[in-house]
Ligand binder design. Structure first.
Ligand code: ATP
Length: 370
């Protein structure tokens, strides 16, 4: 069942367009991350959903009903920000009760709901503690609990973990996943942190300069980005990009990347590439194998080897292009060594060199020829 539907949403400030033609549909019980760099329009979108900012055009529907003109308090949306906004002069119980008292619920019902939420949030033993003595992650639990207790139709989380230190962020990420699973709550999670988006969301909406660039499940958005922007924004290290030129071949298509030619299959949609057209080939660091020199015709030189615990990041020079490889295996090569590379079949993407838009769904690298 569709919970939230956003249609052709637009927000302009004078001549400046902050959000452009945004279409987004979120299902009941789904967690969707709105992800993008600073200034891409996440907060503007969020504020339009909540009702704090009026759209210039377009529509926002919750449970099929248009929210245009509906005041924020009547949209059934619970909002949690990064700065906890917890009442510091109240206990946890008083904080959790607040929204229910405003709704004039009976004392007995309030006590029942507060205890249920405290249990969900792991706050049962702190109900009578003053929030003034609590630390970051506990305060965020109170803030989240105070919103969840009101049983919102949609929960909007705006960078909720940004103020927490790394260890607390990890703990709260796990907690958010558990809470979402337990409650089946529909969640929109606004973040510029890709790890949060990838680990928490069912689907990710990547925004760039007011546009929704890619909306899909985490696997698809990560491995088969629709634009070079997405491949470059997601991943650490990000996707490698190699400029190339399409060559016609009897078996399909080939991309000449200067130092080698890579065979790629045409897309299942039958898109055929013009011979001579300029493309950008994208491959993730973990989709490249490091082999002994001579194993393939894709020869490279090792510039740097970084051991990062479980992973090793290898910086390579392929022709005139630097690229990064991630390996979970022990790397026996050394800096300065020559080696061979193999791009994993099916894990190479092709983009239009000029626009950065994907040309093929997931072309299969069949063989690598010099
Ligand atoms: P951040 O992560 O830094 O909050 P964001 O992705 O949430 O960024 P927005 O705050 O939505 O981005 O801003 C999108 C663009 O709209 C920015 O260029 C911002 O300067 C502009 N903008 C936002 N509000 C206004 C306003 N009231 N008047 C003019 N421009 C605005």
């Amino acid at each position: 069942m569709t919970k939230l539907q956003i249609k052709d949403l637009r927000k302009t400030y004078g001549a400046f367009t902050a959000v452009e033609g945004l279409d987004l549909s979120i299902e009941q019980g789904e967690t969707v991350a709105l992800l993008g760099p600073s200034g891409c329009g996440k907060s503007t979108t969020l504020n339009m959903i909540v009702g704090l900012t009026d759209p210039s055009s377009g529509d926002i529907r919750i449970d099929g009903r248009s929210m245009l003109g509906v005041p924020p308090g009547k949209r059934g949306i619970g909002l949690v920000f990064q700065d906890y906004a917890v009442f510091g002069n109240m206990t946890v119980r008083e904080n959790l009760s607040f929204g229910l008292k405003v709704r004039r619920m009976t004392k007995r019902d309030i006590a029942k709901e507060v205890e249920k939420t405290a249990d969900l949030m792991g706050l049962s033993n702190s109900l009578d503690s003053p929030t003034s003595v609590m630390g970051g992650s506990q305060l965020q639990r109170v803030a989240l609990g105070r919103t969840l207790v009101t049983n919102p139709s949609i929960l909007l989380l705006d960078e909720p973990l940004s103020n927490l230190e790394a260890a607390m962020r990890n703990e709260m990420r796990q907690e958010l996943r558990r809470i979402q699973k337990q409650t089946g709550q529909t969640v929109i999670y606004v973040t510029h942190d890709q790890i949060e988006a990838l680990s928490l969301a069912h689907r990710i909406a990547v925004m760039d300069r007011g546009r929704l660039v890619h909306y899909g499940d985490t696997h698809e958005v990560y491995h088969f980005p629709k634009e070079t922007f997405v491949g470059g924004f997601l991943g650490d290290p990000p996707m490698n990009f190699l400029p190339g030129t399409v060559q016609a071949s009897q078996t399909g298509h080939r991309v000449d990347i200067g130092c080698a030619t890579i065979d790629v299959e045409a897309t299942p949609l039958g898109l055929s590439l013009q011979s001579g057209s300029k493309v950008t080939l994208g491959v993730r660091p973990e989709s490249i194998d490091l082999l002994d020199v001579g194993a393939t015709d894709l020869g490279a030189e090792i510039l740097l080897i970084e051991q990062l615990g479980a992973d090793t990041i290898v910086t390579l020079l392929l022709g005139t292009h630097e690229l990064k490889l991630r390996s979970t295996q022990n790397v026996s090569h050394h800096i300065g060594d020559r080696c061979s590379l193999c791009f994993h079949p099916g894990m190479v993407s092709l983009f239009d060199a000029e626009t950065g838009v994907k040309l093929m769904a997931s072309p299969v690298s069949k063989e690598i020829a010099a």
